[in-house]
Design a protein around this ligand. Sequence first.
Ligand SMILES: [Zn+2]
Ligand SMILES: [Zn+2]
Length: 480
Amino acid sequence: MLDAFLKQVLRGWSSIFLCGGSPADFKLAQQAILKYEPPNEHWINQDIAPEVAAVDFLRSALRQDPDCIVLDQRGSECLEMQLNAACTGHRLISGHPLSPAEAWSGFCNCNPEFSQVMVAGILQYALFLEVGEGGAIGVVHQLQVVDNQPRFVKLAHVRKGEWVALQDAIWPGPYQPPAPDYTPIEVPAEWGRREESLLANLRRLRRPRQRTTWAPRLVPFEGDNHRGSRYGGLPALRAGESWPRCQACQARMQLVVQLECQQLPEALHQQIGPGIFQFFYCISDQCSVAEGAPYAGPYAGNSLARQIETTDLVAPAADDRLESSHYGVYLVEDWSPLPDHPDWAETPEDEHTPLDYTEDWLEMVEGSSRSEGLYQRYSRLLEHFQVGPDQLAEVVSLLQNYPGDKLFGWPRWTQGVEYPACQKCGQTMEMVLQVNNDGEPDSRPGFHSCFGQLFASDGNGHVFRCPDHREIMTFVWACT
Ligand SMILES: [Zn+2]
Ligand SMILES: [Zn+2]
């Protein structure tokens, strides 16, 4: 019976929590569960080193985007991060030193902003197993959601060596993509009549704020070279300098981006300045940024953005290299200039409405297989905004704030506007580089993302620089 439960829960892509038991009992129970790892799946199963915070271990495991992450009993130290992981499509097998009911209430209380219904929605179908002596599993509970209400159900227990079923399990049905709904969207009555067509409005309001952003066109690179504009790989260093290390954990940091400024398109020379621009970020799973220094905040110490002007550049010594990185190396073949516009987060309120539809409108312009249906769906909105079919491309272009990896332009904000201030003069800094964290292989310029899960779950990070003190740069990230 237990066997069937475990197979079902893993098939349904849900999580398993092993509750109670001494550390030795727990280990035995965990080993028994690990036998269910399906072939062709990527599970991360390592003990969390005592000096590493559980939350840092989990964050670093997520960077590898595994199918399942196995945590020991210290998993109970990072319940909120476990919910984040489950939310972004990862299964967990995690220990909890207390009872199933206490593990469940731990999840519900790990963040006061999470309601019980919300937590249940994330962990739905998860099994909570009671671990007894010798690692034997004696009781199975399941988190079910019925009529939108969570309930914690005891499915079965062992009596006199035999499994006894107590209540029915519930498993997710096979995934069925929802049928597309192309019913036309009604224009809300309170919108009234627009005096100005959307295109005229956008030309007036957004075109003056247009900036050129530069999206990299990349080619995979396998060599051992340290020069050239690149994402990942070896950095060029000053003669005598060693590979930059994280101030928090002393590990060598991943080279995220290196730009040979004078090889960039001519139009960028003035803006970027001379030399080599580099951005490094710590990806060590041993990394713990000191308390009070937020990971995501500026000047956190686990990243380095700099521009070096010396021409005497060398490769890192053979014994001074990043120990391991699962990120690829790409050379920048060329840069595509794109007209970029402010994110809705820094756009006045009354300009928001058309932005909500940008992605779908873009699809209509690009003529995907859904286009016809989308035209029908947006017909009344397009009429309201007075957008003719031949104007759609320009409308979409004026609404665009590119989400992918890019140089200059306007930041795509994930959690609201967060321009940092210069440490020296206090003025608002400017964005130099946007690093998208989704790992999106989208090949359209301005949508591609080289680094998945570099700093946390989906979102964007930005390197900023003071307009007057070019040596002062900092990195800030936010995720969903
Ligand atoms: Zn570090
Ligand atoms: Zn300054």
